[in-house]
Design a binder for this molecule. Structure first.
Ligand SMILES: NC(=O)c1ccc[n+]([C@@H]2O[C@H](COP(=O)([O-])OP(=O)(O)OC[C@H]3O[C@@H](n4cnc5c(N)ncnc54)[C@H](O)[C@@H]3O)[C@@H](O)[C@H]2O)c1
Length: 321
């Protein structure tokens, strides 16, 4: 075969392959006609933990939205609000915002322990723990409680958006993922994922809100771990396996990755910051949903979670806080 013919054949194969890849994330019900959703005025955040609190802050501060923050634990709300005050005070002390702006942002956030407080909200972002049955129950409740045009987003790290959407029954077309990264006020990237059922109108609305929050959306397909965690979690898991099999001490594992690959922290410290319970839950979803042994969670990761050493949020993980 002449080189130019070989090149043409190769590029035709590549085009066919790309087309096959692009159709691997089908959009079965993406066309919802000319539905125009109202502009988002209020954002509801369910779960006032490390992610939910950060999402509430950027929605109020960057996007100027009214925020309803709901958590079933009064203690989590108190802890979240005191962290919010601390973050705003830091912004003021660094000259990033004035005291008046900080007060205005703070006044935009109201809280409740009752999910019913989300009934009038335009856009809801769920950030409760990474437990599939808990998320399914919550989306079934949200479908019943919320406005008929409310967008229902999940911050899940790994659970199938199509499955979460199915749990929302008749509201399945309004479910999608806005996967914020930790720490939310700092990380710019947000992974946006549609389920099979998600319509264009809700997807576009999510993209618009993310941009208003000052973030940069990237779309990925509804596959286990999506993009970010499919790449990140096996890296963290491998670092933990290196620790448990004695390939290196924790300080050396973190130091070589930090100093050798120019990341802000090593994988074990990063796991502590994410939460070891969250890392384990994500690895379990990757392992279970793919059936691929390369995603088997490290034994030590499971033991750490059994011991209650879940990382920074619990005061102890691979390091003490
Ligand atoms: N931690 C990370 O680095 C990270 C990054 C991206 C995505 N996520 C995902 O974000 C979600 C939340 O993670 P997190 O780290 O903020 O967890 P977290 O444990 O810090 O917070 C979870 C909050 O949800 C509350 N909660 C539990 N059950 C509830 C219910 N039924 N109703 C209302 N509130 C309830 C808890 O009281 C807690 O305040 C998870 O799906 C996680 O996988 C986490």
């Amino acid at each position: 075969m002449l080189p130019s013919t070989a090149l043409r054949t190769a590029s035709r194969r590549l085009a066919l392959h790309s087309r096959a890849l692009s159709t691997s994330a089908p959009r079965l019900s993406s066309n919802d006609g000319n539905v125009q959703l109202k502009a988002v005025e209020t954002v509801g955040v369910l779960g006032a933990g490390q992610m939910g609190l950060g999402i509430a802050l950027v929605a109020a501060k960057n996007a100027d939205k009214k925020v309803v923050l709901v958590d079933n634990s009064e203690k989590s709300i108190e802890k979240g609000l005191s962290f919010l005050d601390k973050l705003l005070a830091k912004d003021v002390s660094k000259g990033r915002i004035t005291t008046e702006i900080a007060d205005a942002v703070r006044s935009k956030v109201t809280t409740s322990t009752d999910m019913g407080a989300l009934s009038t909200v335009d856009f809801i972002i769920e950030a409760v723990p990474e437990i599939p049955d808990l998320k399914f129950k919550i989306f079934s409740d949200l479908a019943r409680l919320c406005r008929e045009d409310a967008t229902l987003a999940t911050n899940t790290s790994s659970i199938s958006i199509t499955r979460i959407a199915a749990a929302a029954g008749p509201a399945a077309n309004r479910v999608l993922s806005t996967h914020f990264m930790n720490p939310v006020p700092i990380q710019k990237g947000v992974e946006v994922i549609r389920g099979l059922q998600t319509t264009d109108a809700h997807f576009e609305r999510a993209l618009g809100l993310i941009r208003e929050m000052g973030k940069i959306p990237s779309e990925s397909a509804d596959t286990p771990g999506f993009l970010a965690n499919r790449i990140l979690m096996p890296y963290i898991n491998e670092a933990i396996i290196c620790l448990e099999t004695g390939v290196g001490k924790k300080e050396d594992i973190d130091a070589i990755m930090k100093n050798g690959t120019n990341v802000p922290m090593g994988p074990l410290q990063l796991a502590d910051f994410i939460g070891l319970d969250t890392c384990l839950a994500i690895m379990n979803v990757l392992y279970k949903d793919t059936g691929d042994s390369k995603y088997r969670p490290s034994v030590l990761l499971g033991r750490m979670v059994d011991a209650g050493w879940v990382g920074k949020k619990g005061g102890r993980g691979f390091y003490e806080y």
